[in-house]
Design a protein around this ligand. Structure first.
Ligand code: IPM
Ligand code: MG
Length: 356
């Protein structure tokens, strides 16, 4: 098959980790007889420097026309002080909205080779960690009205959190469809004891759950969920939640599974095209030093093959190659253990590619 991939390297460690993912994709294409054509485009700080805006029109166009989009990371201290309309993050949010990517899948899986990297106690980790957070990505407080005004001589800032029924229903359905292919359990997370948006969320989630009698369903408050993720993460299979709760919980969920550097994500809409990226940030402190862990991005490339290209065997080949590199002791700094082979970003990419 021939597929066109738009590549957004972004900022900080972005270019380094994306290089390694492309290396692994090329190796996979060669093994399975596919051709991947890459179109580079600018996003985030790199786009602000070159074009004055974080999401140039050409970039959005190139992303919409592609079969899938691979992204490194955006942001950095260099662009922190600028006006919010030209922050790197604004470009990422506009890209999600512009491509209609309302469903963000963030798996949290503990690699048995990395048990020691989890900050959780051994007896908790032993039960295994393997769940996926389905985060709503184009609604809620991220996309509500934001304003700062003045009242009685002081500044007042407001961010609006609103959800409509159809926005809730479509993301809840994504979660149930995924659960059917996993262990058949959905936990819907909200703050229904306080927020109207969450009360509607719960109402729609419960109503939708009736269409999936084979999947077990429960609601959980977000504060309790944050606690349960560290108390016993083995209880979760598929967690579905609104945009900001999902942002917060997925950082926590990635860390309990070992390292945020290991976790990929897929952002999907109604079509086949999607945006694939690691969940970590641009790590400006180690940028350009060949130290970053490329596995999150490599596993994001595997998700691209699975969800956008329907290449299940190819996706599995990448995931197995990552397992084998870990089995052989290859470790970047963030997952290093005593006695292991401490390798650079590009050496990790080479090790994974060689095992496809
Ligand atoms: C994420 C990030 C983004 C978000 C930022 C960079 C805007 O934290 O993808 O989790 O908050 O969605
Ligand atoms: Mg985040």
């Amino acid at each position: 098959m021939e597929k066109r991939i738009t590549v957004l390297s972004g900022d900080g460690i972005g270019p380094e980790i994306v290089n390694e993912a492309v290396k692994v994709l090329d190796r996979t294409a060669a093994k399975f007889g596919h051709r991947f054509a890459y179109t580079p485009a600018l996003l985030g700080g790199a786009a602000i420097d070159a074009a004055g805006v974080p999401l140039p029109d050409e970039t959005l166009g190139a992303c919409r026309e592609a079969d899938a989009v691979l992204l490194g990371a955006v942001g950095g201290p260099k662009w922190d002080m600028v006006d919010k309309s030209i922050r790197p993050e604004t470009g990422l949010l506009a890209l999600r909205a512009g491509m209609g990517l309302y469903a963000n899948l963030r798996p949290s899986r503990m690699f048995r080779q990395l048990r020691e990297s989890s900050p959780l106690r051994a007896d908790i980790v032993e039960k295994g960690i393997d769940f996926v957070v389905v985060r709503e990505l184009t609604g809620g407080i991220y996309f509500g009205k934001h304003e700062t005004t003045e009242r009685n001589g002081e500044k007042v800032a407001t961010d609006v959190l609103s959800y409509s029924e159809h926005e809730i229903e479509r993301i809840v359905r994504v979660a149930f469809d995924i659960a059917k292919k996993r262990r058949g359990k959905v936990t819907s997370v909200d703050k229904a004891n306080v927020l109207d948006s969450s009360r509607l969320w719960r109402e729609v989630a419960e109503r939708t759950a009736k269409d999936y009698p084979d999947v077990s369903f429960s609601n959980m408050l977000v504060d309790n969920t944050a606690m349960q993720i560290v108390r016993d993460p083995s209880q979760f299979d598929v967690v579905v939640t609104e945009n900001m709760f999902g942002d917060i919980l997925t950082d926590e969920a990635s860390m309990v599974a070992g390292s945020i550097g290991m976790i990929p994500s897929a952002s999907l809409g109604d079509g086949k095209n999607g945006l694939y990226e690691p969940i970590h940030g641009s790590a400006p402190d180690i940028a350009g030093k060949n130290l970053a862990n490329p596995i999150g991005t490599i596993l994001a490339a595997a998700m691209m093959l699975r969800y956008s290209f329907d290449m299940e065997a190819e996706a599995k080949a990448i995931e197995d190659a990552v397992e084998r590199a870990l089995d052989e002791g290859y470790r970047t700094g963030d997952i290093a253990a005593a006695g292991g082979k401490r390798v650079s970003c590009s050496e990790m990419g080479d090790a994974v590619a060689a095992k496809i």
